[in-house]
Design a protein around this ligand. Structure first.
Ligand code: AMP
Ligand code: MG
Length: 328
């Protein structure tokens, strides 16, 4: 398959490119596009054949459900069973990096939801994403636009590296703002559950809901299969370092052959230091950092960030990148 790449101005995207991209979606094709979190690989969420192509292009396990991307909150009404709490959350936090899991209506094909009776919905905060969804006239199923297991793409060049030849189009809208995926909250049951920490802070959600978010136990982990898989892994080992702790590298490795990424003064003389001025910048740069550093250095020491705000989601991504075998 020949992949076409288009560069778009996010604030004034070319209407012809958008219309043609929407035609590709309506004909069952794949279009990668920017969102505020990471780049997504989109297909018509209501067309099972199109959705199967997403799993094939990414090499993604078919029990890992996809998020449906909307351009307006009202579109949720015909896709899932809504209640007041869902409407209030959407009114408060959409568009934005919050994905809500609700009981699915039958219009959503099982393949899109990984065979579950729930579906995950989000309204991205990005003008190209909104315009593409609106022009397509259907929700877009869109996981991150990378090969399954690799660090997520935060720019179009990375999408191109991973998916060139496997998708119809890549829309380049420049680097993303948040840099890690959305926060996923299950509100299909009485007690809201934080299935995946991400771009939207847990503290803000809990303050809004007036209750602490539950965390998944073994059973609800099965209900959100993606959380089982090893993810986001660069090609070289990742070690986590907490400020104040001694640095532990395996026998035979010297820090001069490794790279450091984080917020603090590094604990040794590293071959390369990627230091961020804030935890938000760290989240925005973590995936590209992994992909850049893996090509030169023998390993990466990643600083364990503070837990608040986007730090919780960043911790999750670093932990998964560092874990050697977890599932898959
Ligand atoms: P990704 O597209 O890689 O960002 O992953 C989407 C993630 O959202 C999945 O791996 C799940 O953890 C979660 N998710 C999507 N749909 C559902 C659902 N119906 N129920 C629970 N979790 C879901
Ligand atoms: Mg992903």
């Amino acid at each position: 398959m020949k992949t076409l790449l288009f560069t778009l101005d996010p604030w004034n995207p070319d209407p012809v490119v958008l219309k043609e991209s929407a035609d590709v979606i309506r004909r069952g094709g794949l279009v990668a596009f920017p969102t505020e979190t990471v780049y997504g690989l989109g297909a018509n969420a209501l067309d099972p054949e199109a959705v199967k192509k997403i799993y094939a292009a990414k090499g993604r396990p078919s029990d890992n459900p996809l998020i449906l991307h909307l351009s307006r909150p009202e579109q949720a009404e015909y896709l899932v069973y809504m209640d007041d709490r869902a409407r209030r959350l959407m009114a408060a936090f959409w568009p934005g990096p919050l994905t809500l899991v609700l009981k699915a209506r039958d219009v959503i094909p099982p393949v899109t939801r990984g065979g579950l009776d729930t579906a995950a919905l989000r309204m991205p905060d990005h003008p190209i994403a909104s315009a593409l969804i609106e022009a397509s006239g259907c929700p877009l199923a869109a996981p991150s636009a990378n090969v399954s297991g690799r660090p997520s793409p935060t720019d179009a060049q990375t999408v191109w590296q991973d998916l060139q030849g496997r998708v119809d189009r890549v829309l380049d809208g420049g680097p993303v703002r948040v840099g890690i995926e959305s926060t996923v909250v299950d509100i299909s049951t009485e007690r809201p559950l934080l299935l995946r920490p991400g771009g939207m802070s847990r503290e803000i959600l809990e303050e809004f809901l007036g209750v602490p978010l539950g965390v998944p136990d073994g059973q609800s982990k099965r209900r959100s299969p993606g959380t089982r898989y090893r993810h986001y892994a660069p090609a070289v080992p990742v070690k986590i370092w907490s400020p104040g702790d001694p640095l532990e590298l395996e026998e035979g490795y010297s820090p001069s052959e490794w790279a450091f990424m984080g917020l603090s003064e590094p604990p040794a003389h590293f071959g390369y230091v990627l230091r961020f001025a804030s935890v938000e910048n760290y989240a925005r740069g973590v995936f590209t950092g992994f992909r850049t550093l893996e090509t030169v250095w023998k390993g990466i020491v990643a600083e364990w960030p503070p837990e608040s705000g986007v730090g919780l989601g960043l911790r999750d991504r670093i932990l998964r990148a560092a874990s050697i075998s977890e599932g898959e």
